[in-house]
Ligand binder design. Structure first.
Ligand SMILES: Nc1ncnc2c1ncn2[C@@H]1O[C@H](COP(=O)(O)OP(=O)(O)OP(=O)(O)O)[C@@H](O)[C@H]1O
Ligand SMILES: [Mg+2]
Length: 495
């Protein structure tokens, strides 16, 4: 049987760095084909070539055995190759239906100034792929998982042979993951060939039936999923975990004064306490919102905040920073990286006070701090002088984390800190975050990944519409973290 999509000896170079060096790849009918590889391995680059966004320097693509060349993404779409990108591209103020048809004006959809007809077409499309979304709902009201499903629906609004999903499961909770898995399985049964990029091994063993590993510019292994195991895949990925990577837990110092506390109105006992040295996890629907509230992005209504034992009111992020707080938001494009600045400049943004005296900036000192931090986060070949926009998704996240860890602040508020990072980079991140806490600082960390929180944090709280839940001691060790890194479900043992 001819593969639906075949790549023969594909090469791609950016400047002097050769990212793809002779990729051979085959996607068969009926496959959900996982593509794995460390941050910067070239996964998104290869997919951008398949979907016409980038041209290969050399090599050939064949669709159902026919050689093809795509001048742009539109040409690839006409041939039935659709891609959902790593960074979502929805317009929050528009409805589900408007987002679906947004990019299709040139295909004759302009007749849809007729609102009702557009709603009907969107509803029919969603029904055809059994995606449960209301066409009239505003995108800003959707959960992250619903947005991901909407992106998939958008990609499917035309004739599609090959669907490419670039890290669709990032930042989804366990229940949301299930929704995504169901949709992918259903689409596969409907005859779509799917490429599924992920760092989460659980995805591979839940929904994929073939897997390829991209390393050193080539597909090194292409095999059926039922012929392998999570452990074997880790070995193939050559993920090297640091020798002492098992996360340490906090050793409570006697009577350490709390760095941060939240009290519910009229309650004597604090709802949440963070002492120096502690990493406290937040999970649940309102976990990210709580971080933004503490940082002054939203008004704090139900609680009062104390820092170092003093009640404070923070109504703007600038005040939060003055109080030694630093937030790493969940969406690195919307609020975080300055895409036009280089990697070092992005990190140095938070360091100016430390490396400047009067008007002089000690550039050498700045560079030393930058390279030290990047090294600790497992930064390998990439040059810190490169613009942030050119970095792979996982590397962008590392820059954000390096910046956060270099601030003078004592309290880090992290939203999905490991997002998009490969297995090895995450292990190094948790080690670095622990090191930061052990210097007398504190970390509040929100994540949808309960197993990860249990493994890394000292205590966890569930935060939802009922407010902040009671503290749960997270008992976990190497077993739990390894499970979390694999993304395999482990029993989350809260005491
Ligand atoms: N437009 C560009 N200009 C220069 N370099 C680029 C560009 N796009 C990607 N690169 C580089 O190519 C390499 C591969 O990037 P790519 O985004 O394909 O990695 P990835 O495997 O998707 O990683 P991740 O898991 O972090 O998303 C990286 O070193 C990246 O910096
Ligand atoms: Mg990528």
């Amino acid at each position: 049987m001819k593969p639906v999509l075949k790549a023969v000896n594909v090469h791609k170079q950016f400047g002097a760095s050769a990212v793809l060096r002779g990729v051979h790849f085959e996607l068969e009918r009926g496959q959900v084909h996982a593509v794995l590889g460390s941050n910067g391995a070239g996964k998104s680059t290869l997919m951008n070539i398949f979907s016409g966004i980038l041209a290969p320097d050399s090599g050939e693509l064949l669709l159902d055995g026919v050689p093809c060349y795509f001048s742009d993404a539109r040409a690839a779409r006409r041939e039935g190759i659709a891609m959902v990108h790593q960074e979502l591209s929805l317009v929050p103020a528009m409805t589900v239906a408007e987002n679906i048809f947004l990019t299709r004006w040139n295909d004759g959809w302009t007749k849809f100034v007729d609102e009702a007809a557009m709603m009907r077409a969107a509803a029919a499309l969603l029904a055809r792929f059994e995606i449960v979304l209301d066409p009239q709902q505003a995108v800003s009201e959707l959960t992250r998982a619903q947005q991901q499903l909407l992106e998939i629906a958008k990609a499917l609004s035309g004739k599609v042979r090959v669907l490419i999903l670039d890290e669709p499961s990032a930042n989804l909770s366990a229940a949301e993951l299930e929704l995504l898995y169901q949709t992918v399985r259903r689409l596969s049964l409907q005859g779509l060939a799917i490429i599924y990029i992920t760092h989460r091994l659980r995805d591979v063993f839940e929904v994929c039936n073939a897997l390829s590993i991209l390393r050193d510019g080539r597909i090194q292994h292409m095999l059926p999923v039922d012929a392998t195991s999570p452990q074997a895949v880790l070995t193939l990925l050559a993920a090297q975990l640091p020798a002492d990577w098992v996360p340490r837990k906090h050793m409570p110092m006697q009577e350490a004064a709390p760095l941060l506390q939240l009290h519910a109105k009229d309650e004597r006992h604090p709802a949440l306490t963070v002492v120096p040295g502690q990493i406290v996890g937040l999970s649940g629907d309102s976990a990210s919102a709580l971080l933004e509230t503490i940082f002054g992005l939203q008004p704090l209504t139900d609680y009062t905040l104390s820092l170092c034992g003093h009640a404070v009111q923070i109504s703007h992020p600038s005040e939060a920073i003055t109080h030694g707080l630093h937030l790493v938001p969940g969406d690195r494009r919307r609020a975080g990286l300055v895409m036009d600045l280089s990697v070092s400049e992005n990190i140095l943004l938070s360091l100016f006070e430390r490396i400047s005296s009067s008007l002089l900036i000690d550039e050498a000192r700045g560079q030393r701090i930058v390279s030290g931090l990047l090294h600790r986060l497992g930064w390998r070949a990439d040059d810190p002088a490169r613009e942030a926009r050119e970095l792979s998704g996982g590397h962008q996240q590392k820059v954000l984390m390096a910046r956060a860890l270099s601030t003078e602040g004592r309290i880090l508020l992290l939203d999905e800190p490991g997002s998009g990072m490969d297995v090895q980079a995450q292990a190094m991140l948790w080690q670095t975050v622990r090191h930061y806490a052990e210097q007398g600082n504190a970390v509040l960390m929100a994540s949808t990944d309960a197993a990860m929180l249990a493994a890394v944090c000292d205590t966890c709280h569930v935060v939802d519409s009922n407010g902040i839940g009671p503290p749960l001691a997270a008992a976990a060790g190497q077993h739990a973290l390894l499970g979390a890194l694999h993304g395999t479900p482990v029993v989350t043992r809260y005491q």
